[in-house]
Design a protein around this ligand. Structure first.
Ligand SMILES: [Zn+2]
Length: 415
């Protein structure tokens, strides 16, 4: 891309290192910026000056001393030039995720992955079958498990959060700190009971070999209502009294802020009975999803075992998908990669017959340094990139050379 220099301090290097020969070019020279590449931890951009001479400029210098950093077209078009370097110099992984040098390269890499490996629906769908004994198990043990889980969760969370509120009021804590706890409280109260009910029902559903997502969802929703009703009817009144007694007396000359702190505990306790309308939805959705996720072999009447086969780069993921589509999966083998591998390959196989599924999920957590505020930004994206039924022998995929997951102990993910 062609840009003009805005002052006379842009230096062109002969090679991609600081010790190479340098030429300074005058203001208002038109230069053509090419691909960028990282060398010795610095970003270098290829440059051609009108009149023929070629070389490299430092990325920050190119942005600081040319119209590249001017108004209008700037950040996007600059990123288009600079992001070319990503394939040459892959991001490194650390605890924050994959670390990119800036937000634009993180975003352009994510969108590249999303366009080449777009989100798929799982090719497994539960059959909807459930035996009458299974229905009975769901309605009895499932209901009991879901209700007890919800009840215990509500009890523990209310006591813990309620005493935390009271304790902070005693400390004379700032309103903002109370807001933080309140935000967590809202999350726990409005989502948690639903997830706990779904977990209780999900366990029974699997034991009863239930493949009906609707049945599991409805039982989870109903059990969360039952557990919550029991909690609000018989436990909440006495808990509320205890908590409100634990609250310190309102100080003399209370300001608006202390007053708002005081009504939080009341508000939290009053909000509890209302939370039910939200978490019933989470109970339903989560329990139904658990049935959809647990792949079942209808031929043999048993659940398939899941086995993580390791992480993949974009190239290996695309190669594998091509092999699957062309029926070459049994001959396909994986090689180890240490570079940029946010994709996970998982195989689901029936222990008795050859039925199975192969899935690639992408878990893209990107970190980058935000140039303006000098902070580390995080953006996380997760999606299913590939899902296909396969009856192939996948043993070649299992025996990836030297991969850490190769040990036989990793086989146990099936239960
Ligand atoms: Zn089978």
């Amino acid at each position: 891309m062609k840009v003009r220099t805005t002052d006379d301090s842009l230096s062109i290097y002969e090679g991609r290192h600081l010790s190479s020969k340098v030429v300074a070019i005058p203001k208002d020279t038109t230069i053509d910026l090419g691909a960028s590449e990282e060398a010795d931890g610095r970003e270098w951009i290829e440059v051609a000056v009108d009149g023929g001479s070629k070389g490299y400029v430092l990325g920050p210098a190119a942005r600081g001393h040319t119209t590249l950093a001017g108004a209008g077209q700037v950040p996007r078009s600059a990123s288009a030039v600079l992001s070319k370097g990503d394939t040459i110099c892959p991001p490194k992984k650390d605890a924050r995720g994959w670390v990119f040098r800036d937000e634009d390269s993180a975003r352009s890499t994510i969108s590249r992955w999303q366009s080449l490996l777009p989100k798929q629906k799982s090719s497994y769908g539960p059959s909807g079958k459930v035996t009458s004994i299974g229905v009975l198990k769901l309605l009895t043990r499932g209901m009991v498990a879901g209700s007890i889980f919800t009840f215990l969760y509500a009890l523990v969370c209310t006591l813990a959060l309620g005493y935390l509120f009271a304790f902070m009021l005693r400390l004379g804590a700032f309103a903002s700190l109370i807001y933080v706890v309140a935000v967590f409280a809202v999350g726990f109260v409005f989502v948690g009971p639903g997830l706990l009910a779904a977990m209780g029902v999900g366990g029974v559903s699997r034991w009863a070999k239930n493949r009906n997502a609707l049945a599991a969802g409805l039982v989870a929703a109903a059990s969360s209502i039952v557990g919550w009703f029991v909690f609000c009817r018989w436990s909440l009144p006495s808990i509320s009294r205890t908590l409100l007694d634990a609250r310190p007396p309102m100080p003399q000359g209370a300001t608006g802020e202390t007053y708002s702190n005081f009504i939080f505990l009341d508000g939290f306790l009053r909000m509890l009975p209302v939370a039910v309308i939200v978490f019933v939805f989470f109970a339903y959705r989560h329990a139904a999803q658990m049935v959809r996720d647990a792949k079942f072999c209808e031929e043999c009447g048993e659940y398939m075992g899941a086995r993580r086969l390791g992480s993949l780069s974009l190239k290996q993921a695309l190669d594998l998908i091509a092999a699957a589509k062309e029926g070459r999966l049994a001959q396909f083998s994986l090689y180890n990669e240490t570079d940029f591998t946010p994709a996970e390959l998982t195989a689901f196989k029936c222990d008795t017959c050859s039925a199975g599924y192969l899935e690639i999920s992408v878990n893209f957590r990107a970190a980058y340094r935000n140039e303006r505020s000098w902070r580390v930004g995080i953006s996380a994206k997760k999606w299913l990139g590939f899902s296909a039924a396969t009856a192939c022998d996948l043993s070649r995929l299992y025996n990836r050379e030297g991969h850490p997951d190769q040990s036989p102990s990793s086989e146990g993910a099936a239960t």
